[in-house]
Design a protein. Structure first.
Length: 398
C-alpha cells in the first residue's frame, strides 16, 4: 500500500466549520486519537494532507504516488481490507462520496477519479459529516482506539490505595500518570489515562473516557461517559459526552454537555452550556453551508466552539450554540446562538476583536504552554479573519 494522503472532501468540509477553519478534517480528534493518527497506526504508513491552500504549509502533503483517502472517514479493521486491493483504475465510493483512490504525483483535483471504475464499498463507513458527529461517535471511537493502543501492552500499576476502580481490565494507565483518591468506573466502557497526566482528589470518572497526554483533571470533577479531554488541557466541574481537541481549559465548576471545543479555548468559572431545550424539541444549529440554522434531529446538543475562543465567568450558552474562531464572550444573559469568528462581547452586543489584539492574546496564551505563535499560525488566522468578515454583520452597519 502506498503512503496515505488524507484529503478534505469539499462536499463535507463546510459542514465542519468552525473546526475546519483552522485544520484539515483528518486533524480532528474523535475518540482518543486524531483521524490521521488512526490511519497511521492501523496502516503502518505515513500520512499527509490535501487541504485548503492557506492550511497546506502547516499540514504538508507528501510527494509521489499516494493513496488518497477521505479525511472524514473513521477507519476500522474492515477499512484497510476495502482499500488494500484497490487498483490504479479504480476508485472507492460510498454512494456519491469518494472514499479512496490512487492518485498521480502532484495531483490536487480529485474530480477526475469519478471517471475511473467506481467500486461501491460494502457496508456503511463511519464518516464525520456534521460537527455533532464528533461527540456522537466519540464513545464508540474511544473503544476502538483503546483496543488499538493497548493491545499486547500492560497498563502501569495503580498504587494509590484510596482510588477505587470498577472493571480494572478496562482501565489503562500510561507512564507518568498520577491518580489520587479518585473513582474510575469502566463498567460501561474503557478508561484511558495518557502519559504525564494528573487526576486529582475526589474526581469521579465513568467510561468510555480518554484523558490525553499532559492533561489534568481538577479536584472534585464529575466526568461522564463518551468524553475525551485532549492533550495539554485542564478540566473540572461536570462534563458529559464532549470532546476537547487539546490545549484548552474548562478548569472550574459548570456544565459542558454534548459539546466540542477546539484548541486554545478557555471557559471561565461557572460557565454552563444547555444541551436540552425546555420543550424537548430537536436542536437547531448554525450551518455555515446554508448561512442559517439547520435541524440536527438531536434532542441533546450543546456548544461548538472554534480555536482560540474564550468566555468569561458565569457565561450561559443556550442549547445548540456555535462560536467561531478567536471570539471573546462575556457579560450577562444568553449570548446569541451563533457568534461569528473574532467577535467581542455578548448578549448586550458584539463588536470586532481586532486582529492585532487577538494576536496579542494568542501569543500570551501559547507562551504559557511554552509554545510560540509562529508566522504560519498568524497567516492562517489572518486568513480566517478575512474569510469570516461577512458573518460580522455589525461591521457592515458601522
Amino acid at each position: 500500500m502506498e503512503n496515505i494522503l488524507l484529503f478534505d472532501d469539499p462536499s463535507i468540509r463546510g459542514s465542519l466549520l468552525p473546526f475546519a477553519f483552522t485544520r484539515p478534517i483528518a486533524d480532528f480528534r474523535v475518540g482518543i486519537l486524531k483521524i490521521s493518527e488512526k490511519w497511521e497506526k492501523r496502516s503502518g504508513k505515513s500520512v499527509s494532507f490535501l487541504t485548503q491552500d492557506y492550511l497546506q504549509k502547516k499540514f504538508p502533503r507528501a510527494e509521489g504516488h499516494l493513496l488518497a483517502i477521505n479525511g472524514a472517514w473513521l477507519p476500522d479493521e474492515k477499512s484497510l481490507e476495502a482499500i488494500e486491493n484497490l487498483k490504479e483504475d479504480e476508485s472507492l465510493f460510498f454512494g456519491k462520496i469518494l472514499l479512496a483512490s490512487k492518485i498521480q504525483p502532484g495531483e490536487s483535483n480529485l474530480s477526475y477519479v469519478a471517471e475511473k471504475n467506481v467500486i461501491q464499498i460494502q457496508g456503511e463507513p463511519t464518516l464525520i459529516q456534521k460537527t455533532w458527529n464528533i461527540f456522537q461517535y466519540n464513545g464508540s471511537e474511544i473503544k476502538k482506539d483503546f483496543e488499538l493502543l493497548t493491545k499486547g501492552r500492560k497498563s502501569k500499576e495503580l498504587t494509590d490505595p484510596f482510588t477505587k476502580v470498577y472493571n480494572p481490565e478496562q482501565v489503562f494507565i500510561e507512564e507518568g500518570a498520577i491518580i489520587k483518591a479518585a473513582v474510575l468506573n469502566a463498567e460501561a466502557g474503557p478508561i484511558y489515562i495518557g502519559k504525564n497526566t494528573e487526576i486529582q482528589e475526589g474526581s469521579l470518572i465513568r467510561g468510555p473516557f480518554a484523558l490525553c497526554d499532559h492533561s489534568t483533571v481538577n479536584m472534585g470533577a464529575k466526568l461522564r461517559g463518551d468524553t475525551t479531554v485532549g492533550p495539554h488541557s485542564k478540566v473540572g466541574g461536570e462534563i458529559s459526552n464532549s470532546v476537547i481537541f487539546g490545549y484548552s481549559n474548562k478548569g472550574h465548576e459548570g456544565f459542558l454537555g454534548n459539546s466540542v471545543l477546539g484548541e486554545w479555548c478557555n471557559m471561565g468559572a461557572d460557565t454552563n452550556t444547555s444541551n436540552l431545550k425546555n420543550n424537548y424539541a430537536p436542536v437547531k444549529l448554525w450551518d455555515y453551508t446554508r448561512g442559517g440554522f439547520a435541524n440536527t434531529g438531536l434532542q441533546f446538543c450543546g456548544l461548538m466552539m472554534g480555536d482560540h475562543s474564550k468566555c468569561g465567568i458565569n457565561t450561559m450558552f443556550n442549547t445548540g450554540t456555535v462560536v467561531g474562531v478567536g471570539a471573546n464572550i462575556f457579560g450577562d444573559g444568553f449570548p446569541r446562538n451563533f457568534i461569528p469568528s473574532f467577535a467581542w462581547g455578548g448578549a448586550a452586543g458584539l463588536s470586532t476583536f481586532q486582529f492585532p489584539k487577538f494576536e496579542e492574546t494568542a501569543k500570551a496564551v501559547m507562551a504559557r504552554r511554552k509554545l510560540e505563535w509562529t508566522d504560519t499560525e498568524a497567516e492562517i488566522f489572518q486568513k480566517v479573519f478575512d474569510l469570516s468578515r461577512n458573518y460580522r454583520i455589525w461591521e457592515k452597519n458601522s
